[in-house]
Design a protein around this ligand. Structure first.
Ligand SMILES: [Zn+2]
Length: 457
């Protein structure tokens, strides 16, 4: 099955594809607000009939929350799972929108034509790039080039409460060779990206207690150990002067970046001065011997997110507090085990506590990093297919945050994910005046057609 007529078909049918996307964008599928439950359901129905219209067996599947849309189409070659979400974020503050968020429109901007509406980029526009690519394959060749399972979620923007139970209950049906997730962005407007590393997260929230009650610094100052002073010393000791985390064994399970990935990242010419300058900073704070991109994507971190204790109200109080508290988080990479890191932190902390002090933890469950096995040849096939479509070669990139769905697919369905998306940093997802570039929609659709061709070979 040849690719060129499929690409030509996509080009010809762009106006119809935009109309279809607009139909979906008009549905107010705000998942977090029960007032829109019927709209969320209608978006699911709309997608079912959309998939059916291109010959895919699809149905709405109930959960205890909003429905999942699941579709299957048989074919040769590998079995792919495509994931996207059809719910959107709330739109308020409405007065900051230049138009009705659910009345999509094409707008000409200095940077080209954009589709303006809530969900245009996150994630309806992105989801439809894949559906439209499938539609073109089907129209030209009468069939899709490989076996595909579709999974559209309606609760991604409200914490995905039904996702894990749904994956568990339907593990056999949904386990494929590889997952394609379209909910991320380009590295920059000319450079597509496949996200292959997602950092994990561990939170630690604790209170240390020294004296049994708050004390007067005139009576006890000098003789009583102040918990804030103890806490400050503990937190200050977590990093050394090179920016490295000092916990014993912290870097044991952190892999070195492979040379070819390091070379790719150098080729991306990441402008850390602008990245930091945009938020009023001048120099990177991570490990001195690591590049800024490594610091964000492939190195673990430790950060203090909150710290409190003593008197913080108006005026002044000469208190020597009984307690001091902090919240910390660790971004994890490679094979770092959240439990092992937690143990390392706690034994460091407890080793620093003066005699008689106690500590109380409020535990949150940690999550390990996800690292895709890019040695699987399908990654390189997809990367080449993307590179054929865009002005500059596609890169394997990391993601400093976490994208839970990729971890769930790995843990519960034993399946790696390719996170490929065409969003841009200025899409204003979750904010007023969300947009998706026409170029992203058009080239994104063509990219999927190319990727389907490449993966089915
Ligand atoms: Zn999203």
């Amino acid at each position: 099955m040849t690719l060129d007529p499929v690409l030509a078909r996509i080009d010809q049918n762009m106006p119809d594809a935009v109309d279809r996307l607009f139909d979906l964008l008009r549905i107010k599928s705000i998942s977090t607000d029960p007032a829109f439950n019927a709209d969320v359901d209608r978006a699911a129905e709309w997608l079912v009939s959309e998939l059916q219209s291109i010959g895919i067996e699809a149905e709405k599947r109930p959960t205890t929350g909003h429905p999942m849309v699941v579709g299957h189409v048989d074919g040769p070659g590998p079995h792919l799972l495509f994931y996207g979400h059809y719910d959107v974020q709330p739109v308020d503050p409405l007065e900051l929108w230049d138009r009705d968020p659910f009345d999509p429109a094409l707008e000409d901007t200095d940077a080209g034509q954009v589709i303006r509406a809530r969900g245009a980029s996150d994630d309806k526009g992105q989801l439809m790039t894949f559906v439209e690519a499938c539609r073109a394959w089907k129209a030209v060749h009468g069939a899709l080039p490989c076996k595909i399972t579709f999974l559209f979620e309606g609760e991604e923007e409200s914490g995905s409460p039904s996702l894990v139970p749904f994956l568990k209950e339907n593990a056999e049906e949904l386990s494929c060779d590889i997952a394609l997730i379209c909910d991320t962005g380009l590295f920059e407007s000319a450079v597509p990206a496949i996200t292959t590393m997602l950092r994990g997260l561990l939170g630690e929230d604790f209170t240390i207690t020294g004296p049994s009650r708050d004390l007067h610094s005139g009576m006890y100052g000098g003789i009583a150990m102040n918990p804030i002073r103890v806490l400050s010393k503990i937190l200050a000791g977590l990093h050394d002067e090179t920016g490295a985390v000092t916990l014993p064994g912290f870097y044991d399970d952190v892999p070195e970046l492979p040379d070819h990935i390091r070379a790719q990242w150098q080729g991306l010419n990441f402008d850390h001065a602008t990245y930091l300058g945009d938020v009023g900073l001048k120099s990177p704070a991570g490990e001195l011997d690591r590049t800024p991109l490594e610091q964000i994507w492939s190195r673990p971190t430790c950060d203090v997110n909150g710290i409190w204790g003593g008197y913080t109200g108006d005026g002044f109080k000469t208190v020597l507090p009984s307690q001091a508290s902090a919240k910390l988080s660790f971004r994890l990479v490679g094979q770092q085990d959240p439990d092992k890191i937690r143990d390392a932190f706690r034994s460091y902390l407890e080793g620093q506590l003066p005699e008689g002090f106690t500590v109380e933890y409020r535990t949150e469950k940690g999550s390990a990093a996800s690292q895709m096995s890019i040695e699987d040849p399908s990654f390189e096939k997809a990367r080449e297919a993307l590179s054929d479509e865009w002005p500059r070669p596609a890169a394997y990139v990391g993601c400093g945050g976490s994208i839970p769905i990729a971890g769930f697919f790995k843990d519960m369905l034993d399946m790696d994910s390719m996170l490929i998306g065409f969003g841009r940093d200025d899409d204003q997802i979750h904010s007023p005046n969300e947009k998706y570039d026409m170029e992203s929609f058009h080239k994104g659709t063509r990219s999927w057609a190319r990727i389907l061709a490449a993966l089915s070979q």
